[in-house]
Design a protein around this ligand. Sequence first.
Ligand SMILES: [Zn+2]
Length: 185
Amino acid sequence: MRTFLSPDPKSTGVFPHEHLLVALLPVMAYVGVRDRRLPRRAVAFATAVGSQFPDLVDKPLAHQFGVLPSGRVFMHSLPFALPIVAGVLAYGHYTERPRVASAFVVAYLLHVIGDTYRSLLAGEMPPDLLWPFVAAQPRPIVPFWAGIDGIHVRLWTAFSVVVLGVTLLVVLRDIRRQIRRRARA
Ligand SMILES: [Zn+2]
């Protein structure tokens, strides 16, 4: 029987808590070694959001709304991910908070690598990374984790709306604060 603890070996899914740990542990280790303390709240928040970000956007768009061919393209794809990474790093540099920006970027990229590392280790370029220039890897419309009547898909969509909504508010407030600070300076 397929369970949470022993998923179908054919499905190469990575669970949300695994993405979180894969991002949080190196960030905590880096800050711990450099500063002998735990990461600040902003760094921890950026790491947590970054570690889930591609799934927060792509999974609802693919499985709930059917606008993407797969839950692993768009924010999972380099043509979209790289400009976002560059924009976040530029904003962090411009507002003198490179660590918060780097934490998001590291967590985001570790997510994308976590989803594709098997192909990458085998020396293959996963087609999802190059979407929309290359067709997405075919996957079932109903993902293996959908649950009865797609309950997990709907719960994930609700979770995504809350997390992305809160993140958007935090970012907008931050941009407003930065503009005010620059105006005063
Ligand atoms: Zn993913």
